[in-house]
Design a protein around this ligand. Structure first.
Ligand SMILES: [Zn+2]
Length: 282
């Protein structure tokens, strides 16, 4: 069923159909944004007593490569249905031998090595409703919600998955994987995992005052850390498929462990620090 309005959710999960397809009473809604359409419809369902909006990051047919995802529309759409906490599970490559396939790492830092992505709402461009964003500089010193991170790590560990607490996610443009030299360089910087979608998701969530927590699942050892042929897409899909049930269990438990929206008191709540965004947030 497709509804156009009136649907609400507390929490957004940006992830594929493997996370919501078996839920009872999923409501599909289409959301329009000033930035164009999000990757797909939102799929709303009840998880652990909370209302959750699922959004397939790459579209339900997985047709959008990482650099073509409309990240601004995705985060805006989630906020517009009421979501204030967002969980962003994603597949990554491990940059250290001990972060092998099947590792769950909850990063606390982010490095942007993308090239072509719009990464702000505050670009001065007039919106269709006539609103014009001011130049606003938000802090991204701590790019992830500290509360969401804590809940994610504790929840995974309580369920028997020894999640890595912290680490740096470096985000590359893709869709190709890294060369061996790039991969060795990333590892030499002390960075932990490499992905293609964590940026600009985190910064856009912050600009909208959303709590954002990244949960990265290592599907392969990146080119530099590996002695074989390097990463293949097949390998990534296989490991992700083998772990999707486990990921879903953790995600749902994290949903149940997040504080109610009204009790949010983390740094994510007011990223503007007295600066006027100049636009009306949904
Ligand atoms: Zn937060």
């Amino acid at each position: 069923m497709v509804e156009m309005s009136g649907a609400r959710a507390d929490i957004g999960v940006i992830g594929g159909s493997g996370f919501y397809s078996f839920l009872e009473d999923v409501t599909e809604i289409t959301v329009e944004t000033p930035y164009g359409p999000p990757s797909d419809s939102l799929f709303l369902g009840d998880v652990a007593g909370r209302r959750v909006a699922f959004l397939p990051r790459h579209g339900r047919k997985h047709h959008l490569p990482p650099h073509k995802i409309n990240y601004r529309a995705n985060l805006w759409a989630l906020r517009s249905v009421g979501a204030r906490q967002v969980l962003g599970p994603c597949a990554v490559g491990g940059l250290r031998a001990e972060f092998g396939p099947g590792t769950l790492l909850v990063p606390d830092q982010l490095v942007d090595r993308t090239k072509s992505r719009v990464q702000t709402y505050f670009d001065g461009e007039v919106l269709p409703d006539g609103g014009q964003p001011n130049v606003v500089h938000v802090s991204l010193a701590d790019p992830y919600c500290p509360v969401g991170r804590r809940v994610a790590v504790d929840t995974a560990r309580a369920g028997g998955w020894d999640a890595v607490d912290g680490g740096t996610l470096v985000v590359v443009e893709g869709p190709r994987f890294s060369t061996r030299a790039e991969s060795r360089w990333h590892a030499a910087q002390g960075w932990s995992v490499v992905g293609m979608t964590g940026h600009p998701e985190a910064i856009l969530a912050r600009e909208l005052g959303l709590c954002y927590t990244s949960l990265t699942l290592v599907t392969d050892l990146d080119a530099g850390a590996e002695t074989g042929e390097g990463v293949s897409h097949e390998e990534v899909l296989q490991v992700f498929a083998a772990n999707v049930d486990r990921m879903r269990t953790v995600l749902f438990d994290v949903v149940g462990g997040l504080p109610p929206i009204a009790e949010r008191d983390c740094l994510c709540v007011d990223p503007w620090g007295g600066q006027d965004p100049g636009i009306t947030l949904p």
